[in-house]
Design a protein around this ligand. Structure first.
Ligand SMILES: Cc1cc2nc3c(=O)[nH]c(=O)nc-3n(C[C@H](O)[C@H](O)[C@H](O)COP(=O)(O)OP(=O)(O)OC[C@H]3O[C@@H](n4cnc5c(N)ncnc54)[C@H](O)[C@@H]3O)c2cc1C
Length: 331
């Protein structure tokens, strides 16, 4: 069955509790030719993590692929970058779609949508960069379908969530079919563009953030050709400040780079000891970030102009992170 038919059929199958194969889902094939270049033979909709990992580790065949929000995968299939024989759709696994707190901090299920993250008022100032990033991904449709887990597993060069999770020192929880769970720091998980530390039989389960020190604030900013477009440059800043409004700890992460998302140690060092509102010192730290960011020129902007943009959005991100750390502004 073609993916388009499978998805339409699957969406019509309301209230199903257990995993169904494409052969069990009524065929709603429309008249006309194939929409996608390669036929997708099987479509699975597991209702639990256990079922999904079993399918992933051979139960759905050799060439099965996970689909979350489909906002990147569908484009990859249409452009023949990926030609899966089977799709494992995670949308029925409710346990993967949640935002809650545990004793260490915030836990976000991999299938949580951008829209749910952006609108969650409980997310504290320490992790507010997540709301900045999720609230400006693409358009409303993309934010409703796209998921944090999909963004991290895809790790597209111009994505918002990978540098944000890196800047917030997130830890990712993965599980395989044997039930083995492992925790990986975002720094180790996110490699070059479209590359991660995930093994092919592992499912990303959740993203863990924290614990965060008191008086920690974060912010994410991006610059794209139009509002909410894919970023040409982006930055995530997380600051811990003292009661004296002086920065004690700083984390700065950049995306949109050919090596993948990266922390910028020079900027982090330069921000430590800086007092809130000290524009000259903040600009010096951003000069260090721009110096370290070996951008490449492309159709959207040349490398020197990207550095100009980085200084501009970086100053905004640092200023907002300071204000959030001081409890002056919320999300
Ligand atoms: C018009 C448009 C504009 C966009 N603008 C932006 C933007 O401004 N900023 C931005 O960051 N992104 C943007 N995107 C991309 C968007 O963020 C995607 O939603 C995201 O990259 C993928 O998330 P998804 O849930 O759709 O994953 P999918 O596309 O379904 O999957 C992506 C990949 O991750 C794998 N995967 C998904 N979930 C899991 C899991 N739990 N465990 C293991 N593997 C998994 C899939 O197998 C696949 O390889 C845009 C997309 C579109 C279509």
């Amino acid at each position: 069955m073609h993916l388009s038919n499978a998805l339409v059929s699957a969406q019509l199958a309301v209230g199903q509790q257990s995993c169904r194969r494409s052969s069990e889902i009524p065929d709603s094939r429309a008249k006309g030719g194939r929409m996608f270049p390669a036929p997708i033979l099987e479509y699975f909709r597991p209702a639990s993590v256990g079922e999904a990992t079993r399918l992933l580790s051979g139960g759905a065949g050799e060439n099965a692929h996970i689909i979350a929000g489909g906002q990147s995968l569908m484009q990859a299939i249409k452009s023949r970058l990926i030609s899966p024989d089977a799709l494992i759709d995670l949308q029925d696994i409710k346990a993967l779609r949640s935002i809650h707190f545990d004793k260490n901090g915030l836990v976000i299920g991999a299938m949580t949508s951008y829209a749910d993250i952006a609108s969650d008022k409980r997310i504290p100032a320490a992790f507010a960069a997540l709301c900045d990033a999720a609230g400006h991904v693409g358009d409303r449709q993309v934010r409703n379908r796209g998921t944090i887990g999909g963004s991290l597993c895809w790790n597209y060069i111009a994505a918002c969530l990978p540098p944000t999770c890196l800047g917030l020192s997130a830890t990712l929880e993965l599980q395989n079919a044997a039930g083995r769970r492992r925790m990986v720091e975002a720094r180790a998980f996110l490699k070059g563009p479209l590359e991660t530390d995930r093994s092919s039989d592992e499912l990303l389960i959740a993203i863990h953030l924290g614990p965060a020190a008191a008086r920690t604030g974060s912010a994410y900013r991006k610059w794209g050709l139009v509002t909410d477009a894919l970023p040409v440059v982006n930055i995530c800043v997380s600051l811990e400040v003292g009661a004296d409004h002086i920065c004690r700890e700083a984390r700065v992460a950049l995306g949109a780079r050919s090596e993948g998302p990266t922390r910028v140690e020079a900027a982090e060092l330069a921000l430590r000891g800086v007092r809130k509102g000290d524009v000259r010192a903040i600009d010096a730290a951003l000069d260090a970030a721009a110096e370290a960011a070996d951008y490449q020129s492309d159709l959207w902007a040349d490398a020197p102009y990207k550095k100009v943009l980085l200084r501009k959005i970086g100053r905004e991100a640092v200023t907002v992170a300071f204000a959030r750390a001081s409890g002056e502004v919320g999300k």
